[in-house]
Write a protein that binds this ligand. Structure first.
Ligand code: IPE
Ligand code: IPE
Ligand code: MG
Length: 250
């Protein structure tokens, strides 16, 4: 997996791939004395805005963390509302995403999702497969550890079947078995909601991603906040373990 091209400090380079932990829906609702589910509904608006802003700024790929492997441990009512919201949002938004040239795919453990949702997801992926304006991945029932484990299991299966030598397994081979295979790693990671942690998001892929955190709660995330993240990214110097002069020379 080659690293992205280094960018000299002070440039306004746009990240090619942005990954977002959309956090803070529950607190947004609590501040308004509303049920947590109202926060999740309000969060759908911020998803739409973020997709539009990616297209407007020329970001090529976007990965959104919608539901983690650990979120299954939430109260059953909240889990089922979230699943219902995914289904409704897919039904409502996919045609417009398609019309706007967005390719949508899903990463995560589909075996844990309801068949009706999985069918919708596959239909949305098929409908939008040829679109090239924005490559959108939505992480549902996803965990970074889950992804590495399922990749390891696939590689082990190939070794057991005699199709691969264990000694030939390298970083590229593992990356090709991840749910994120074929996508460049994120250049910029955004987490809303004030927590400064990764929460089992793209553990493998974030190795050299620039991290940006904001206290803004996800339903309040808008164009201004996204622009602030991009501006901050533009000032970062990415070294990939090398020294400054090397990085600037590329
Ligand atoms: C993020 O908001 C949405 C999901 C994890 C599904 P939260 O629901 O985690 O909101 P807070 O962090 O409790 O405010
Ligand atoms: C991370 O948020 C997962 C998603 C946004 C989908 P959480 O709210 O689940 O993370 P923790 O529990 O604060 O680490
Ligand atoms: Mg949270």
């Amino acid at each position: 997996m080659p690293p992205s091209a280094p960018q000299p400090p002070g440039t306004t380079a746009v990240p090619r791939h942005v990954a977002v932990i959309m956090d803070g829906n529950g607190r947004w609702a609590a501040e308004r004395s509303l049920p947590r589910t109202a926060g999740h509904r309000a969060g759908v608006r911020a998803v739409r805005t973020t997709i539009e802003e990616c297209v407007r700024h020329g970001v090529a790929a976007l990965t959104l963390f919608a539901f983690s492997s650990e979120n299954w441990q939430r109260p059953a009512g909240e889990v089922s509302l979230l699943m219902q919201l995914f289904l409704e949002s897919l039904e409502r938004e996919v045609a417009e995403l398609d019309a706007n040239g967005v390719r949508i795919r899903f990463i995560g453990d589909r075996a844990r999702l309801a068949p009706a949702l999985v069918t919708r997801m596959a239909a949305a992926e098929a409908l939008t497969a040829a679109n090239t304006r924005l490559d959108l991945a939505v992480a549902v029932a996803y965990g970074g550890r889950w992804d590495i484990v399922q990749a390891a299991r696939r590689l082990a299966g190939e070794v057991a079947a005699g199709r691969r030598h264990a000694g030939d397994i390298d970083e590229a081979a593992l990356a090709e078995c991840l749910a994120t295979a074929g996508r460049e790693p994120p250049d910029l990671f955004i987490r809303t909601g004030g927590e400064r942690r990764i929460s089992n998001f793209l553990l493998w892929d974030l190795a050299y991603t620039e991290l940006w955190f904001t206290d803004t709660l996800w339903p309040d995330f808008g164009a201004g906040c996204f622009a602030a993240a991009l501006a901050d990214f533009g000032g970062r110097q990415r070294r990939y373990g090398r020294v400054t002069g090397q990085a600037e020379a590329g």
